[in-house]
Design a protein around this ligand. Structure first.
Ligand SMILES: [Zn+2]
Length: 126
């Protein structure tokens, strides 16, 4: 790669320039005249975002399959376990809920009032 300053590249109408210096991530790569981003960094970023997406999709598919299998083998499994948990820890759960409510009384009341106000507004737009 030929070393060319951003200014010169711009004058020549090039899209990329090369300073011969490494980017903050250590790439010895060309940089874009627009935005001055390192081309390797840009490539890596786009790769990562693609991976992220496919990973998300993969998880979604996996969950779908997993849930399907689960519901096929035992359709009541999910609700059963939640109910079982509740029955076993009822006292603790109720206590925790009560504590939470007491602790955040003002906040909860304020939120409830706000919801009520918004619902009213939606019904009677002024
Ligand atoms: Zn870079």
């Amino acid at each position: 790669m030929e070393i060319i300053s951003r200014k010169d590249a711009k004058v020549l109408g090039l899209k990329r320039y090369y300073t011969g210096k490494a980017c903050p991530n250590g790439h010895m790569a060309e940089r874009y005249v627009s935005g001055s981003g390192c081309s390797s960094c840009v490539k890596e970023r786009s790769k990562h975002s693609k991976n992220k997406k496919s990973f998300k999709e993969y998880t979604r598919e996996y969950n779908k399959k997993y849930k399907n299998n689960l519901s096929k083998s035992n359709p009541h499994y999910v609700t059963q376990s939640a109910e079982l948990y509740y029955t076993m820890h009822k006292k603790e759960i109720l206590k925790r809920q009560k504590e939470y409510r007491n602790k955040n009384k003002n906040e909860i009341n304020a939120k409830a009032r706000e919801r009520h106000r918004l619902a009213k507004q939606e019904k009677n737009p002024t």
